[in-house]
Design a binder for this molecule. Structure first.
Ligand code: SAM
Length: 219
């Protein structure tokens, strides 16, 4: 295993995506890609909300999580969430995800996945560019994939990743840049509305519009 990987400190607990962000993703999927039947979550962490909300809101037929930490995979399975153990940067592992309509790539965005010691776009490991080289370049994935990026992600970071995707497959465009705000943390604590993620929705099926979508809890 790559020593630079950011693994959750299970003893301290670790953040997973707050329920409002997952609901916002379901709304966008319903609007942009209503025919979605299968969704995978790579670097899934605890993905119970995703599993539950995508099944309920989108009636998907298949969901699968991937995480490198066996305890995380077991915790998901105990909640009934389909999940496998492996490295997102291992081609033999990732090729099992090629027939999913949509893949969310949500690498750790904070040290020990604590939600506090935040990383910048360039510090994230596994990096977005390595993931794209493998998924789009080597494995020739053609579906929609969504890179979940830190809230500090800039337009320069976005352009760099866009170029990296286009080099691998020119049919891809960046359809949506989603700014996800939430007023609830992953453990359910209520806060003021805060920007949580910048998500880059790459697709061969949607227009290359760089459309800005802001989801706020009070909207
Ligand atoms: C906290 S979760 C992110 C949750 C969710 N995907 C999101 O959007 O917020 C990050 C997970 O990535 C896992 N992870 C880190 N490096 C990985 C790798 N190389 N391959 C697969 N999973 C990895 C960690 O074990 C951790 O559970």
């Amino acid at each position: 295993m790559n020593n630079n990987y950011r693994l959750p400190n299970i003893k301290k607990g670790f953040v997973h995506t707050n329920v409002k962000t997952v609901e916002q993703r379901a709304v966008l999927l319903g609007n942009y890609l209503p025919a979605t039947k299968s969704i995978a979550e790579v670097c899934c962490g605890n993905c119970f909300y995703q599993y539950q909300i995508y099944e309920r809101e989108l009636q998907i037929q298949k969901f699968l999580g991937l995480d490198i930490v066996p305890a995380v995979v077991e915790a998901n399975k105990r909640q009934g969430v389909p999940c496998v153990c492996g490295d997102a940067l291992n081609g033999a592992v990732l090729k099992n995800f090629l027939d999913f309509d949509v893949i969310f790539f949500g690498p750790p965005l904070s040290i020990e996945c604590d939600g506090h010691q935040l990383m910048t776009f360039n510090e994230v490991v596994p990096s977005y560019s390595e993931f794209v080289e493998l998924l789009v370049g080597e494995l020739k994935y053609g579906g929609t994939f969504i890179c979940i990026c830190p809230k500090t992600t800039t337009m320069g970071d976005i352009r760099k990743l866009y170029n990296a995707v286009k080099i691998q497959n020119d049919k891809y465009g960046l359809a949506v840049i989603h700014y996800s705000y939430s007023d609830i943390t992953s453990d359910g604590t209520v806060t003021e509305s805060r920007l949580k993620y910048v998500e880059l929705w790459f697709s061969t099926a949607l227009e290359d519009r760089w459309e800005i979508q802001e989801s706020k809890p009070d909207k």
